[in-house]
Design a protein around this ligand. Sequence first.
Ligand SMILES: [Zn+2]
Length: 489
Amino acid sequence: MNPAQPLATAVAVQDGEIVKVGATDDVVALRGPATDVVDLEGAALLPGFVEAHGHPLFSALTWGDPVIDIRAVHTPTYQAALAKIRRRVAKAQPGEYILAVGLDPTLHVGMREPTLDELDELAPDNPLSVTYFNFHGSFLNSKAIEACGLDRRLTPDFEDLIIRDSQGRPWKFCENASWYARDIFFEKCGKDRAVRELRDWVSKYATAGYTTSAEMGMVPEWAGYFDALRQQETLPIRIRVYEQGFLDKPYVSKLGSGDDHFKTIGIKFWADGSVFVGTAAVTNPYLNTDLTINKLGLPRDNRGQEVYTREEQKRLMEAAISQGWQLAVHTQGDVTIDVTLDLFEELLRAFPNANGPFRLEHCTMMRPDQVERAHKLGLVCSFFNPLAYYWGDPMREDMFGPEFGEEILPFGTATRLGMRISYHCDSPMTWPDPLVCLYFATTRRTQSGTVLGEGERVGIGEALKALTIDAAHHLQMDVEHPALQTICG
Ligand SMILES: [Zn+2]
């Protein structure tokens, strides 16, 4: 992946560390009594993968035992998902809080919203929460509403986020109301469970071939879990942390010890939401289809919305940039991207020595002219390829139509302009798997085999850069490792 040395034929390793990569003759000169020679017989040995955007801790909390995984990827029908929940409830201790995650209106065959009576019938003696695959909403049964105190906590800050059924009973909980119920579940599961599952998740990254990932949007309450694990063992991967940015809250991050394995480098905030709850802010409205209107419950001609006003977003960005933090902005829709580019242009003029590279995250509905503008401003994009691999078909057919649905994730345009991009799996949304990123980058095929926007395909060498050296650039690792700096220019 190093342009100064694109191919090597041998690698020397001492005490588990790579000490030389190069031509066979040069490397063989280092040969000692304990040398192993492995002939790959024509296969390729790749460097460790780097993911510039992930959430290992959030994944551990969300997916670790005892959560029931009902994702459509292996539980394809709605009835099968219900049966899985029923089997788990049958084994539960009385009063045990049960959380099922992965309900998916776009992919679960026969999906409809479970009624409160059905949820009570599913788990008559246990609190039960059934959460969407994108974590932006959940359905609670009566026991869960009671256990979380949500029957009493119908305060103004939750009012818009709690949806009532036809009998006026609260039953569907969105965004913060859903997260509130979920955090109570995490609390009930305890710290030991959190640390145990975190150990499991970071090893999932290592097993998938990653040497480095990021924890995007860390909150201080969760830092203790990483500390506890780090006291027990050395993490098998490096973690770069981005603290979650909040409006009018000063960034005083003390997360991370600052060593090579775990350190805070920046701030991440959400400028818009998720395409699947209709909150990605787009110029061309969503299609009005059975999926968008009935299953996702979106208003007609939905265009989504940004989280902040322009002034608020400017305040957030200026606070981070002026204090020397790197900044990663969650931007899904082209309307959000326009505002974010305007603000970067203004702020990078005001702070020419700011600590980049500044990042746009996901970039799902980014237009080619925006990619060009971002590149001129020196920004970099991190693309969520598995989003299109798993959900590209419904996004094209039922959400945005053939024209706009094919133009999602314009990483080919970015690569041809020379932008140093990265690809990510964004777990807990999808499992850490660099090969899914690689597959979609080089084929633009979804899991059904449909090709989305053939012109955005890239070559395998280009794609591997986005999973290794250029992802490391996003995480400022070329600053840490001077050798990489000369390579990266
Ligand atoms: Zn993310």
